[in-house]
Design a binder for this molecule. Sequence first.
Ligand code: RIB
Ligand code: CA
Length: 311
Amino acid sequence: MKRPFIIDCDTGTDDAIALMAAFGCPEINVRAITSVNGNVKEEYTSANNLNLTEYLGIDVEVARGATLPFYPRGDYYGPTHGKTGLGDVVIPDAKETSFSRDMAPEVIHRIAEEENGELELLVIGPMTNIAIAISLYPQLKQQIKHIWFMGGAVAGGNVSSTAEFNIWVDPTSAKMVTESGIPMTMVGLDVTTKAVLGREDEQELRAFGSKASVLSADILEYMFKRCKDGGEDALMHDALALAAAVIPECLTCKEAFLDVECRGEYTAGHTVTDIVGRSLGKAPNASVAVELHLDVFRKWLLECIKRCGQA
Ligand code: RIB
Ligand code: CA
């Protein structure tokens, strides 16, 4: 029986690769893609999701979502994903498909009802849509089976020395979600900064020659240029959160108390993770990834991308 998922994303270069991997994952049934503001404005993240699914021939509900975090942080759209979110990669505009009639929180609610406690969420952008959904429909706390999210860090950050981007954009939402009681797994920078693809992966994908594998190779090519110019490397942040759900053997996770700092001039967006369970004396509420087995992950990711759109 395939596991039903909704993927909430701020597509984004690495989000797009994670989506293609998800569509090539035999274990899961992607019920919907919900868009959120994050890497770029929601008008771009949602357009990327619709264009990508139509380009690949993937029949899935695509919904628009939150355009602002709960506590707007001004203009934080950096150069990492370019103006449109996909760097210099261009996908044809969707012509045949359109957005869901429902916004993200409604889609999450409707599908959670339909899936009767089996729905899992892959959350790979700021958590605004999830927090709004839980606020509108508190029963989601019992209906969502598991949240697998890319965000946070046990140590360090990429927006600052203390905060990772997805959590930093909307710490209020992230705090609401981590306090919800929904079982969750945090895939943070501690492991995603090691989830790097290289030239040989790009060449393998380009040689495979499918729409998804060539598009992924083009995105990797953009990431390599970005890295050469001093930007982020070809880090598969979001695909690793999917891997945590599907091939947990690629990660070592530890139970921990997890909370989010929402205040503090220099610490807002920091994920407090008490892995040792001593210093804060609070019960664990999350599983936190602390080690990555890179070769297992890379092999799996390329296989999923190659299966994408090949049904
Ligand atoms: O910090 C990395 C995260 O921020 C990834 O999800 C990336 O897509 C950006 O959203
Ligand atoms: Ca993302």
